[in-house]
Design a protein around this ligand. Structure first.
Ligand SMILES: Cc1ncc(COP(=O)(O)O)c(C=O)c1O
Length: 401
């Protein structure tokens, strides 16, 4: 009976004949961190909705003292996430931004960060409006361009923050090559793996030190929770992240931890359908007369299609496409019936957004256009509905142009 699964990252020491075969990714999604609750055998691990724990005597407790510091439901999710990303451990936070904030405490005054110039707007805002006040400096560069990253890295660079694919233009960063560059100066490589999920991309295996997620997206998968996580490759980084989690307190709640743990159980089947629908939608849009271009790493026309094939195991459900003008985008978006206009991504339902006026609205127009976030650009997070319904909905809305 499979009740407990060995969830440690695979030991790659050669010649260990007794080495157990590591479980497959689907098995990890379902079983890592999900051993039955010991008191009752409950197959689904409970939500420990408590703030504190009764202690047996002075200095005598069951390893649980106060729920900001230890919560069993959150710890189970952390165990699961570490297994999926191949890290030594994970820490779950109140949101993706709380995870990024915790990771940023590896930095101090005088340190320099190289960051993707198409990073999530909230990350850009946090770095430039908050962290910069504390004497950390930044260079935002096109991380699809290895030479641009090489030029930006300096001896005092302490962190390389990558997002791959980026939002909304779906540019990729070569995680292995860029990790090597950053490590030469001793910088930590952080990869925001929210768009890909560990099903499609495992940055630690490619050389990253820390992977972060907005668990709000594909990991939760049902648009019903906000959360974040940081997964570390080294014990030292994990210990610091745990210290920060407890000290600054932006913990993921027991209920949200449980929702993400539950969502991950179906990550593989959801991602398979996201992928199937994503490819079909991208190919359909690429053939459509009203669509000027499609940005999707799975299309051979994508400038980094070869890199996508090398570092990802699929191409996912995120893409953007060009309708030529703000008016065209508006007419199209107003006519949609199955696809919903909304700012998030990664849920079972198809969500469409208009980056120039929504997620990227705070970037000055000229800069937006330079980055390819044009007034006619529309982004889709393709859901897992019947693909025929999605294609029909997109077609009828495109007729409005
Ligand atoms: C790529 C990426 N990283 C981080 C975040 C921030 O996550 P959260 O909204 O959970 O704080 C988001 C949110 O949309 C995102 O898309």
């Amino acid at each position: 009976m499979a009740t407990e699964v060995e969830t440690k990252p695979q030991d790659t020491t050669a010649g260990d004949a007794k080495k157990k075969k590591a479980p497959g990714f689907s098995t990890l999604c379902i079983h890592a961190g999900n051993a039955p609750e010991p008191a009752t055998g409950s197959v689904t691990f409970p939500i420990y909705q408590t703030s504190t724990y009764v202690q047996e005597g002075l200095g005598k407790n069951k390893g649980f003292e106060y729920a900001r510091t230890q919560n069993p439901t959150r710890m189970r999710l952390e165990e699961n996430l570490a297994a999926l990303e191949g890290g030594v451990g994970a820490r779950a936070f109140a949101s993706g931004m709380a995870a990024i904030t915790a990771i940023s405490t590896f930095l101090k005054q005088g340190d320099h960060v190289v960051c993707s110039n198409m990073t999530y707007g909230g990350t850009y805002r946090y770095y430039t409006r908050i962290l910069a006040k504390f004497g950390v400096t930044f260079d935002f560069v096109d991380t699809a361009d290895i030479e641009a990253v090489r030029r930006a890295i300096r001896p005092e660079t302490r962190m390389l923050h990558l997002e791959s694919p980026t939002n909304p233009t779906m540019r990729l960063a070569d995680i292995a090559a860029l990790s090597e560059l950053a490590h030469r100066v001793g910088a930590i490589v952080v990869v925001d793996n929210t768009f890909a999920s560990p099903y499609l991309q495992r940055p630690i295996e490619l050389g990253a030190d820390i992977v972060m997620h907005s668990t709000t997206k594909f990991l939760g998968g049902h648009s019903d929770t906000v959360g974040g996580a940081a997964i570390a490759k080294s014990k030292e980084h994990l210990e610091w992240l745990g210290f920060v989690q407890n000290s600054s307190g932006a913990i993921l709640s027991p209920m949200d931890s449980w929702l993400v743990l539950r969502g991950i159980k179906t990550l593989v089947v959801r991602m398979e359908r996201h992928e199937e629908n994503g490819r079909a939608v991208a190919e359909h849009l690429a053939r459509h007369a009203k669509v000027r271009s499609v940005h999707y790493p799975g299309l051979p026309s994508h400038p980094q299609h070869a890199l996508a094939k090398k570092q990802m195991s699929g191409f996912g459900a995120m893409m953007s496409f060009e309708l030529g003008s703000f008016e065209n985008a508006g007419r199209f978006l107003e006519r949609l019936k199955v696809c919903s206009l909304g700012e998030s991504l990664g849920g079972v339902e198809t969500l469409i957004s208009h980056p120039a006026s929504m997620t990227h609205g705070s970037i000055p127009e000229a800069e937006r256009n330079r980055l390819g976030v044009t007034p006619g650009l529309v982004r889709i997070s393709v859901g897992i509905e019947d693909v025929a319904d999605l294609l029909a909905d997109l077609d009828q809305a495109l007729e409005a142009i």
